[in-house]
Design a protein around this ligand. Structure first.
Ligand SMILES: C[S@@+](CC[C@H](N)C(=O)[O-])C[C@H]1O[C@@H](n2cnc3c(N)ncnc32)[C@H](O)[C@@H]1O
Length: 207
């Protein structure tokens, strides 16, 4: 995973442009409503989304790729970027909010559970999390070798899991689900535009 992302960021730079996801505005409103001061962003990439959060909150970004972090440190001067896997990450700090954009679907089931558990471990009681992931309605659903239910290996060692609404609920069952929904996100890759069908879920840690 690390080598793949290092190579991509080194070769393609700011892969998805510098505009944040449309979901960031909604997440900022949610965090403000919850009186959040500090936010964790797992899989922060080159800081496309953290830059907007760091105008309002104290932000830590976890990112596995050193080449993404090199770009991020130039793009978003206020966020503290930590090079680490989100599956291994352990610190004593707890956060008021966690925003995790398009990371969850990259893992097989055991690691998806591990990622969510690790985020919950770093979330304060009553803290809120905003996750996005691929929807089963996405155009690429079904591309590649089926390795688990709803999961495809679309390149060697690279997985994409496509969530139905029920499946997303199952993943966050231990938390209080505040809101769920679907969005279409249009991202500009180096030359071309690509549309993605995503789902999002907003959950609260009820302790
Ligand atoms: C699809 S990209 C999304 C990047 C960013 N959230 C954005 O929207 O610009 C997934 C990101 O997660 C990072 N990543 C993948 N596996 C990771 C892991 N185990 N720990 C931390 N970051 C990881 C990748 O390097 C990449 O930056």
């Amino acid at each position: 995973m690390r080598d793949y992302w290092n190579k991509r960021f080194a070769e393609e730079g700011m892969i998805w442009g510098c505009e944040p996801s449309q979901t960031v505005t909604q997440a900022i409103d949610l965090f403000k409503k919850n009186n959040a001061h500090n936010i964790l962003v797992p899989g922060a990439g080159y800081g496309r989304n953290t830059k907007m959060f760091s105008s309002y909150f104290e932000v830590d970004g976890i990112e596995i790729s050193s080449s993404a972090i090199n770009l991020a440190k130039e793009w978003d001067l206020k966020t503290n970027f930590i090079q680490e896997s989100v599956l291994e990450f352990r610190i004593s700090k707890r956060y008021d909010g966690i925003y995790c954009y398009d990371l969850l679907h990259l893992f097989l089931l055991e690691d998806r559970k591990k990622l969510i558990q690790n985020c919950v471990m770093h979330l304060k009681e009553q803290g809120v999390m905003y996750f996005t992931c691929f929807s089963d309605r996405d155009f690429n659903n079904g591309v590649g070798r089926n390795v688990e239910e709803g999961t495809y290996e679309y390149k060697k060692g690279k997985y994409a899991h496509f969530f139905t609404e029920e499946n997303l609920i199952e993943h966050f069952n231990d938390l209080n689900i505040l809101e769920m929904g679907s969005i279409r996100e249009c991202l500009t890759h180096t030359e071309k535009q690509q549309e993605y069908e995503l789902r999002y879920v907003v959950v609260q840690n009820i302790g």
